[in-house]
Design a protein around this ligand. Structure first.
Ligand code: PLP
Length: 277
């Protein structure tokens, strides 16, 4: 008899809930998105759906209808009734007995959660500490893949050092991005962040930060920084969908500026918020 064991419980394979055989679990064989709402309105849903479609196409999962995904997102957001919500959704290649090469007829599996966003006020007003970690990820970080082990390990290392985010450094000694955020420096009225060609996720927040920067008179340079350049910058911050902009006040133990969120970063936070309204 073919069986499975879940903790101490033996279950015949035929009776096993397919959720246990999801390729997302065995291989991280799927892709995901996270969108959020501000005061009852979902922000940049179309941009996230486009990136979702790009990720699906990059890992060759077909037969997923983006219009249907959009309807599911809107419906679940409506049902949840949470005004500042985090909407997480993923598609995996499907569920079947474990084998590397999947059955070509496998039905992709969709999963979504709508949850309350945490309050980031304290991090926004006081700033956070970050620490560097080698970027151990693969070479297709443009795909929002479910494989996040390297990101998780980097974040654990940062937490062990009392830091809120890990800043990833590639083999050339250049900063790519945060474990779950884009990374920016500001010096001499210029925003600096890695180019999209630097094996990073094409962050949606990054696009809007650059736009917000333009609105307050900051130029943008898309060029990777070394950790030394980052620690010498006037201001640093990280950016992501769920937290938008969070000032960084300590980088690998070194105070940035006077150890308080920078003036441009504070202006950017306000400008960014105005774009979400
Ligand atoms: N970079 C990485 C590795 C991420 O995981 C994330 C978000 O989760 C980001 C950047 C920020 O992307 P976005 O602004 O689209 O949320």
């Amino acid at each position: 008899m073919q069986i499975a064991m879940i903790q101490d419980k033996i279950v015949p394979i035929k009776e096993l809930d397919p959720v246990y055989l999801d390729r997302g679990i065995f291989f991280g064989d799927g892709i995901y998105e996270v969108v959020r709402s501000y005061d009852g309105r979902i922000f940049t849903l179309e941009e996230h759906l486009q990136r979702f479609a790009n990720s699906l196409s990059a890992i060759e999962i077909s037969r997923v209808d983006i219009d249907r995904i959009r309807s599911r997102v809107l419906k679940s957001f409506d049902v949840a009734g949470i005004s500042n919500a985090r909407i997480y959704f993923h598609v995996t290649r499907g569920s079947e007995l474990r084998k590397h090469l999947s059955n070509p007829d496998l039905e992709p599996v969709f999963f979504l959660t709508v949850t309350e966003l945490e309050d980031h006020t304290q991090a926004k007003t006081k700033g956070i500490e970050v620490s560097t970690h080698p970027d151990w990820r693969w070479k297709r970080c443009d795909i929002k893949s479910l494989n996040l082990l390297a990101n998780v390990l980097a974040r654990r290392d940062a937490a062990a050092k009392g830091c809120a985010e890990a800043i990833l450094v590639n083999e050339a000694g250049l900063i790519t991005e945060g474990a779950s955020s884009a990374f920016f420096a500001i010096s001499e009225q210029t925003l600096q962040t890695a180019a999209l060609t630097a094996n990073i996720l094409p962050s949606i927040t990054r696009q809007f930060v650059i736009k917000a920067g333009g609105n307050i008179g900051l130029k943008t340079t898309e060029k990777s920084l070394t950790p030394q350049q980052a620690s010498d910058a006037d201001e640093l911050f990280i950016a992501s969908t769920t937290q938008d902009i969070i000032p960084v006040v300590k980088f690998d133990g070194k105070l940035i500026g006077d150890g308080k969120p920078g003036e441009y970063t504070k202006l950017l936070i306000r400008q960014f918020l105005s774009l979400t309204a």
